[in-house]
Design a protein around this ligand. Structure first.
Ligand code: SF4
Length: 459
């Protein structure tokens, strides 16, 4: 009993979060920044913050994540971190030679009131930014929002600080990636390529955080959206934002700055959300849906129909990030499952509204969104109303063990398994992977619990 202090009695709590279902803003900003080619993320705060952000990303992606820090000490904490950041910018360009430095703030620098826009302008005025190089920034105070907010803020920075409208519209569509795995970003590009849609995907962490082992250390892997591509997003004919929480703010920023119209769809997880993404991309790019994609869809539908009896009526508890939870919950409903308890530590009115729409098909479900929506509460709900399956990040393993529930790892962070950065869970093929993982967990449990006379070779 690792979580032996979790009791059944649920009490209203304010100002106390126990085992949060979120992590801190700069982690998201750092992850988004890694999706720009030749970018070195920079954490404007203490070394401890930067080490935590880097280690969480490194443990999840099993790749060395490099980032710089303003390395605040007592002096910077009291008088502000401007001089630290200015000398950091100097050192980074002369020693590490990135194309762009992506600076994000932290709790401490935000509390002091450091103005990243003003400091980066000063760096430019003082000649600390070499010709052809850039410093971008995003404000990421971690006492509000979550890692998802930090990701969204950095992606907004990409749109606001790089996109340019030349007045000539290009035959291309921007796809603003919500927080998804490198494998998912690769799959989105593959789907667009097979549809004949000319896209700019940003950010793009494929070939950065899933780079192949070549025997040579490369400081800046070949992946990532280039600065030229980012500039060109202002001339695209449309944008499709994948997720109202992590992607839509950047699409809005692009529309405001460069008048690029946009459509927001749920992240393409599962059948219905992928259908909507394919139709949105087809419309935005003016391309037909090819037979190959239709066949892929058919394979997912076939698996869902074949295995329906194993899913039907199974109760699921899930926790994680908004843009995954919304389509995943819808997919569970499409599979005939019952989403029973859902929590997310990331607050958001759009998220709340959309979840309630989706849950009209499961009106009995417990839903809590916001800072007090933690995994302690989820555990209490499970104790009161047990479930057949738990879906969430690695931290869910404690609940799964204590309550003896089959557990599917999904979301961020996953610290004790691999696969998430290599096998997509978006698109129709990604849907099959989700089905396979859920089915595997349920059938393993059925095998484990079966009495000898009911232990079947064919299930
Ligand atoms: S929550 Fe704030 S203080 Fe803690 S690691 Fe994140 S930025 Fe640093």
């Amino acid at each position: 009993m690792l979580l032996r202090h979790t009791n059944k009695e649920v009490k209203e709590r304010e100002g106390l979060t126990i085992n949060p279902a979120k992590t801190c803003q700069p982690i998201g900003a750092m992850y988004a920044a890694l999706g720009v080619h030749g970018c070195l993320p920079h954490s404007h705060g203490s070394q401890g913050c930067c080490s935590y952000h880097r280690s969480t990303l490194t443990r999840h992606y099993k790749e060395p994540v490099m980032a710089a820090t303003s390395s605040f000490t007592e002096g910077a904490s009291v008088f502000g971190g401007q001089s630290n950041l200015l000398s950091s910018i100097d050192t980074i360009f002369s020693v590490y030679d990135p194309e762009v430095i992506a600076v994000h703030s932290t709790c401490l620098s935000e509390t002091i009131g450091d103005d990243l826009q003003q400091i980066t302008k000063k760096a430019s005025d003082d000649g600390k930014i070499p010709d052809g190089k850039f410093v971008m920034y995003a404000s990421t105070p971690s006492f509000v929002g979550s890692h998802v907010t930090g990701y969204a803020n950095m992606v907004v920075g990409m749109a606001e600080q790089f996109a340019v409208s030349t007045g000539e519209t290009k035959d291309q569509v921007n796809i603003v990636a919500g927080w998804m795995e490198p494998s998912d970003m690769r799959e989105i590009k593959s789907i667009a390529g097979r549809m004949g849609a000319n896209i700019v995907l940003f950010p793009d962490t494929s070939d950065v955080l899933d780079a192949p082992q070549t025997g040579k250390h490369v400081f800046y892997p070949k992946g990532g959206v280039t600065l030229d591509q980012l500039r060109s997003t202002g001339d695209s004919k449309a944008s499709v934002a994948l997720g109202c929480m992590s992607a839509e703010p950047a699409a809005i920023a692009l529309d405001k700055k460069c008048k690029v119209p946009f459509e927001t769809v749920d992240m393409p997880i599962g059948l219905s959300a992928t259908d909507r993404f394919i139709m949105a991309l087809s419309k935005a790019a003016g391309v037909e849906v090819p037979a190959e994609i239709t066949a892929e869809r058919g394979r997912l539908v076939d698996v869902m129909a074949d295995m329906e009896q194993y899913f039907y009526g199974k109760r699921v508890a899930l926790f994680g990030d908004p843009d995954q939870l919304m389509p995943l919950t819808e997919f569970l409903l499409d599979l005939g499952m019952v989403p029973a308890h859902i929590v997310s530590g990331t607050p958001g009115l759009r998220f709340d509204k959309r979840m309630k729409e989706i849950l009209q098909r499961a009106p009995e479900a417990n839903l809590k969104i916001g800072p007090q929506a933690d995994t302690f509460l989820l555990h209490q709900w499970i104790k009161n109303e047990p479930v057949d399956l738990l879906i969430g990040n690695t931290y869910g393993k404690y609940i799964a063990r204590d309550e003896d529930i089959p557990f599917v790892r999904y979301g961020f962070p996953i610290l004790d398994r691999i696969g998430h950065s290599y096998f997509p869970s978006v698109g129709y093929t990604g849907g099959i992977r989700i089905v396979e993982k859920i089915l595997g967990a349920l059938m393993d449990r059925q095998d484990r619990d079966a009495p000898e006379e009911r232990f079947e070779l064919v299930m």
